[in-house]
Design a protein. Structure first.
Length: 451
């Protein structure tokens, strides 16, 4: 079995139940799992692979609970820069309708690369339109090649403009085809084992793009295979008005009516639940992916994260779409989560440690995983390190290394390890040719937007 030693870290924050912090520490890994954490002098000094962590703070790999990889192709597109969600979508749907398998693969590579450099080791993507032969397999292939731990959503839209939905008819699918391909993806791609690198998620897009029948049937399908389900919910007041006009109830009430609550369900955004709905979400242990940057960018509002956590809901962080963020930097998302909660709730609303907990253990809980999110023997070796002597952290890390990661400008990581494999070392990828990826991506992005 292969061994890995992360040696001589200045500071290790485990985020375990006891909040263990170890200084001058090493971590020994065997076959993709952590075997030991402790003072460097007490651990082995050699392994099959050694990562030099001197001068670094080491934390668990961050967990991204909501993303749209394909949107890396349409960042900062004119006409979408200063509009709210519905107008933003209407502008972009016709562009996304031209998506090709090659473009989707390129977008997946770009998103994975950005995430890994930001300290993210596990990501959930939500792609919900599959034009021109695109398949969830395209994303899975690329994520596997790069090495990111990946929850791939077989998303969907079935209600187009002609039936009262928001998307054009050209980007929706028949519900029979959606259910059949979701089942195929689960049966051929999903790995529910501990440390599984690929998991499939059932993910109808939103209340304004799918039918109630599809929501019910897809949830039943997912539960028959013991996979998790995901959708957008309560993101904007426009959505709330649409649900009241179309379904006669608010978004969370709709989810409750359709059975979309529970510990195998999570919703993106959850910006506008009522206090009573927060209680329902908490009592059912339903998950929420908080996406602060996107919510600020689109002017959607401030999600009641503290109330959701206090009620018992599972809450993690997501970078959301790369065309509504417009980046995939999860450590930056941790910082924005802290700051945005303070805008609405004061300087004590969310601490740096609590924000990082949302990005680690919180995200793991949202995705239903007990093998990632903190560092301890027996846990997956998903580990990142950030240099404490960088310009961005100068004058901060010397006082409080963990707080500096959040209060100061979020840096890129020095190393990222996923499943015991170093994918980033000394701030650079060990195998991925980023220059080639970016050049190809820019060419495909120009072609996609120009038509």
């Amino acid at each position: 079995m292969a061994t890995l030693l992360i040696r001589d870290a200045a500071h290790v924050e485990t985020f375990d139940d006891a909040g263990t912090v170890v200084r001058d520490a090493s971590i020994f890994v065997r076959d993709g799992a952590i075997e030991a954490i402790g003072p460097a002098a007490r651990l082995p000094r050699a392994a099959d692979r050694v990562v030099d962590a001197r001068g670094c703070i080491v934390i668990p790999g961050l967990v991204n609970t909501h993303h749209h990889f394909y949107q890396t192709l349409t960042r900062a597109v004119p006409g979408t820069q200063d509009v709210e969600l519905f107008d933003w979508l209407v502008t972009l749907y016709p562009i996304w309708a031209r998506l090709t398998p090659a473009a989707l693969r390129s977008a997946t590579a770009v998103a994975c690369a950005e995430l890994l450099l930001s300290g993210c080791t596990t990501a959930a993507d939500h792609t919900y339109l599959w034009p021109n032969g695109c398949r969830v397999d395209d994303e899975v292939d690329v994520a596997r090649e790069i090495g990111l731990r990946f929850h791939a959503s077989r998303g969907s839209m079935s209600v187009g403009e002609s039936k009262g939905g928001l998307p054009p008819d050209s980007v929706v699918e028949s519900e029979a085809a959606i259910l059949a391909d979701t089942q195929r993806a689960i049966e051929t791609l999903h790995d529910g084992n501990r440390f599984g690198m690929t998991r499939i998620v059932n993910a109808p897009c939103s209340p304004f793009s799918v039918s109630e029948d599809l929501m019910r049937e897809s949830l039943a399908l997912a539960r028959s295979y013991n996979v998790h389900s995901h959708t957008h919910l309560a993101e904007t007041l426009d959505e709330e008005r649409y649900c009241i006009a179309t379904f006669g109830c608010r978004p969370v009430e709709l989810a409750e009516r359709l059975g979309w609550l529970g510990d195998d369900v999570w919703h993106a955004h959850m910006v506008h639940p009522s206090p009573a709905e927060v209680g329902v979400l908490g009592a059912s242990r339903t998950g929420a992916a908080h996406c602060p940057t996107s919510n600020m960018r689109l002017g959607s509002g401030i999600a009641p994260i503290g109330a959701l956590v206090d009620a018992g809901a599972r809450v993690g962080l997501g970078v959301d779409g790369s065309a509504s963020n417009d980046s995939s930097h999860l450590l930056d998302e941790v910082r924005h989560a802290m700051l945005l909660q303070r805008v609405g709730g004061g300087a004590k609303a969310l601490t740096a440690r609590a924000a990082l907990t949302l990005g680690t253990r919180g995200g793991a809980a949202v995705l239903g995983r007990d093998d990632i999110g903190y560092l301890a023997p027996g846990m997956a070796a998903d580990i990142v390190g950030v240099r404490l002597d960088s310009l961005a952290l100068a004058g901060g890390a010397v006082h409080d290394p963990l707080a500096a990661l959040v209060f100061c400008r979020p840096p890129n990581v020095d190393f990222t390890i996923v499943n015991g494999k170093p994918l980033v070392e000394h701030g650079a990828f060990t195998a991925l040719d980023v220059e080639r990826v970016v050049a190809q991506h820019n060419e495909l992005a120009r072609a996609l937007v120009s038509g």
